[in-house]
Ligand binder design. Sequence first.
Ligand code: UGY
Ligand code: MN
Length: 258
Amino acid sequence: MTRSELTTLPPNIFAHNRGVVTPQYAVMPPEGILTSRLPGFEKTVVRFQTSPEMGAHFAQAALEIESGGGTTAARNDGLEHFFYLVSGAVSISIDGQSHHLTPHGYAYVPAGHTYDIRSDSDEESRLLWIKRPYAAIDLPTPDALIGHRDNVERSRHDTVGRYWQYLLPIDDIAFDMQMNILGFEPGVYFPYVETHIMEHGLYMLEGQMLYQLAGDLHEVQAHDFIWMNHYCPQFCFCTGWEEAAYLLYKDVNRDVTF
Ligand code: UGY
Ligand code: MN
């Protein structure tokens, strides 16, 4: 191929890049996250959004599963897992019991249990995957859980025009993480700048926002990913004409360790 045939590069590629990685946060538009394959999966590629290599204490990835693809056998790596289906259709078996996920369906797999994933769709399925070592306490490990965004109550507090959906039970401190959907009407913003010990993995499900991270402003839109390190100051405005919503990982319910 000659240079003149290389027409795929967009103009102003540097000016248009929105990706940034700092010690306090990362903004990762999907187009810059390259694919890899994983042992134990077939007809599947993975795009890691965050991991310990970035400084995170969890990993988050998007799996792109072709029709009929998925795991090659039931897996148990000792970690806890949360799966959220963005598009397509998959079956997930937890300890041999099969569940069907449609878009915005999700599954929590407790540490030490097996999971097996198969795409049921004619098209590619996009499955978000959050995993981390479970921080055990003197309570039994939580049970597996299957749910769907449409069946989770929208609660409202602190401000008008925004809602929370708690996908995992927030009153059960056996859970060491929350997976929440936060939704915003256009023009709505946080009542204060948050600065907290909890870390976040944020996946934009819909809409547009201006996110302030450690004092820097970033425009984000559907399918962008943000990692926020512990104590990263954070604030956001919903800037589009449509509602915005994101899926948010948050580590909770545990004391500090020394
Ligand atoms: O609950 C939270 O920590 C949430 N409000 N943070 C965020 O959306 N960046
Ligand atoms: Mn927060």
